[in-house]
Design a protein around this ligand. Structure first.
Ligand SMILES: [Mn+2]
Length: 355
């Protein structure tokens, strides 16, 4: 299945970790773009969407192709810093959801896109980028098809007690796909949010999976310890309890912190890369077998700039980056093997005018 690759930088690689540098720098990003582009053959140009100082209104912080294609960006872009690049834990990755999603919708609408996309988010501190990404991917889904967001992650990334007027963060974004966000998303972006691979201490590997549905009281539904097909069936059962659907559309996110030797900002996870690759591929195959259409995929959490890591070990910086590229290859191959979705997920008139 053809996919459109997008690279979302979230401030880490663009700023080179130096909070004193307030301007976009391609010093570290361009080599990473070249490396990612190098393992995605025959898929056309890798389109970068980047920002550096997102609390600034200055469009000079945006890459030139975004400035050119989308001249009327909302001002102010954001009300609080996004993708914090310093040790200020108060603002780490935090922003007001409405302004953030509005700005990203503008940016996404400026990207040509005819296929499901595959996005790479540089820091998993910015996993909340998956809100506008999944909302954008699932927007063309007609109301009689169910919309599923699945997050393979060591963490739940959902906090049920948080109102959606609070800052959107990497650790609470799951709720934001289930709730309207002002007039940006007057309808919830998804019907269910699913967490797979959470590490809550279950003695059974892959036994901590859960789903939340958008309707009624927010209630956690365990998916049981079964294989991926069984867990997907549990999600479908949850959805089918609400209404009869004509089909199901799926957006997948993978936080690399689920994996050992991932070297993300949030450390290393419980599962080996081979195990994660196999589970994600199993899930995609189970979806395909049930006619569940994959409309988008993101992988989140590269090693920090130039392969640096807070995790102490004897891996070289190059080896850490190679590990991330291995993930990108493994996940894109799993998607690539899918036949073209029918009906195609995106209409040819998907491009909307910006401004
Ligand atoms: Mn996450």
């Amino acid at each position: 299945m053809q996919i459109d690759p997008v690279f979302f930088n979230a401030g880490r690689w663009g700023l080179g970790y130096d909070p004193a540098v307030g301007e976009w720098s391609e010093e570290h990003v361009q080599p990473m773009l070249d490396m990612i582009g190098g393992v995605l053959p025959d898929r056309g140009p890798l389109r970068p969407v980047m920002y550096t100082n997102a609390s600034s209104d200055d469009p000079a912080n945006l890459p030139s192709h975004i400035r050119a294609e989308c001249p009327e960006l909302p001002r102010p872009l954001f009300s609080t810093p996004v993708g914090a690049h310093n040790g200020d834990s108060r603002n780490n990755g935090a922003t007001k959801a409405k302004a953030f999603c509005c700005a990203f919708d503008k940016w996404l609408s400026a990207l040509p896109q005819w296929h499901p996309y595959f996005a790479v988010i540089d820091s998993n501190e910015c996993h909340h980028l998956s809100v506008p990404l999944s909302a954008w991917a699932l927007r063309p889904t007609p109301p009689d098809r169910a919309r599923i967001v699945v997050n393979f992650d060591a963490h739940a990334d959902i906090q049920t007690g948080v109102p959606v007027t609070r800052p959107l963060r990497c650790d609470n974004w799951g709720l934001y796909v289930l709730r309207p966000i002002g007039d940006v998303y007057p309808q919830a972006a998804a019907d269910t949010y699913v967490g797979i691979g959470n590490n809550t201490g279950s003695p059974t590997p892959w036994g901590d999976s859960f789903a939340f549905a958008r309707w009624g009281t927010l209630t956690k539904t365990p998916l049981g310890p079964g294989d991926m097909a069984t867990q997907l069936d549990a999600v479908i059962t949850l959805l089918d309890r609400q209404q009869q659907w004509s089909g199901y559309d799926l957006y997948i996110s993978v936080d690399r912190d689920i994996e050992s030797s991932s070297f993300t900002d949030y450390g290393d996870g419980r599962y080996t890369p081979n195990d994660v690759w196999a589970r994600v591929a199993d899930f995609i195959r189970a979806a395909q077998a049930r006619g569940v259409r994959c409309v988008g995929f993101d992988i989140c959490g590269l090693p920090t700039v130039n392969g640096r890591s807070r995790i102490s070990d004897d891996w070289s910086e190059e080896q850490r980056i190679d590990r991330a590229l291995e993930d990108i290859v493994a996940f894109t191959e799993a998607i690539d093997r899918l036949p073209e979705a029918a009906p195609p997920p995106f209409p040819q008139d998907r491009l909307v005018s910006s401004g």
